[in-house]
Design a protein around this ligand. Sequence first.
Ligand code: IMP
Ligand code: MG
Length: 373
Amino acid sequence: MKIKDKEFELYIDNTKIINKVKELAEQINKDYKDKNPLFIAILNGSFMFAGDLMKYVDVDSQITFIKVSSYVATQSTGNIKEAIGLQENIFQRDIIIIEDIVDSGKTLTHITERFKELGPKSVEIATLLHKPEMNKTDLSLKYIGFDIPNKFVIGYGLDYDGYGRNEQCIYQLSEEKTITKNMLNLVLFGPPGAGKGTQSEKIIDKYKLTHIATGDLFRKNLSEGTALGRLAQGYMDEGHLVPDQVVIDMVDQKIKATGDTNGFIFDGFPRTVAQAEALDELLTKNGTAISGMIALEVSEEELVNRILERGKTSGRADDQNIEKIQTRVGVYNKETLPVAAYYKTRNKFSSINGVGGIDEIFENISTAIDALK
Ligand code: IMP
Ligand code: MG
């Protein structure tokens, strides 16, 4: 979609937006049961969000609107104009500010400070969108619809020079430099003992790819105590599986932090169809896509023999017990079959015979990769 001189692409569809708006309204209904909040929506951008949100708010409440503007075209001007138009007395009221997007956070910091001088009982913020990378303030955002990367977005109230507010969905600015076309992004699969480690090193070396092993990312985030690491830790401490979304977010961060590269090789990931779908979505957002999946195939019998052989020197207990090895291979097969099917139906699947000399296998892999390019 073109607006003035810029091209925009679909980012969040209307169904997703409305579902999220309902979720936020439910939380507000719970938190403000028996209270009588005054919603203050910030014009112009939040008019659609405010309109839809209020349809699902069922606590006794009032809404009013104020105006403020800090943006010219696609870059924050940094000058915040005064908030204008507040007629209501907010003394001793529970205030919920409705905002379309928090970017630098300057606008809302300014507004909440002004409001607090007027003696309200409480002030909370509901924002549909938030750009965490940009927000360096310690503003507390109680209700956030979506955390989004630092890309300019329009639609559903948000504008580019006044246009685009009427769109039902949210669109993001298309990147002029599409990294896409010549990137090589591989998913590498192979059961334990298939020689995946050796082959992935050779692939990375030849094609100059960036290695993304989710196991490594996970350990790194945990040991460095990043926000995502702490989030993951929280799930683990309570004995829950870390949700796919947390893993996906770690992958996303790694992709963003990498910058220019010939491509990525995903190792040990995606493990489920849901993860494969999420990875596709994420790569699309980053302007690229999976080129293909390379699956190293080795018969179960051969695998068991190889791992037993390795067990003699590795000393790993689970490398020395036939049943344990068979279980691992069984789990692998069961897990990966649906993911392999996912890539097969998309014509992105190459099966490579993993039995033979290292160089011979690598040659077959190279042929398969070259066919993808
Ligand atoms: P902040 O003061 O930097 O947080 O800016 C918040 C205001 O900037 C929002 O209310 C929007 O009007 C505008 N803004 C920030 N990011 C975007 C965007 O991606 N698209 C459209 N407007 C934006
Ligand atoms: Mg705004």
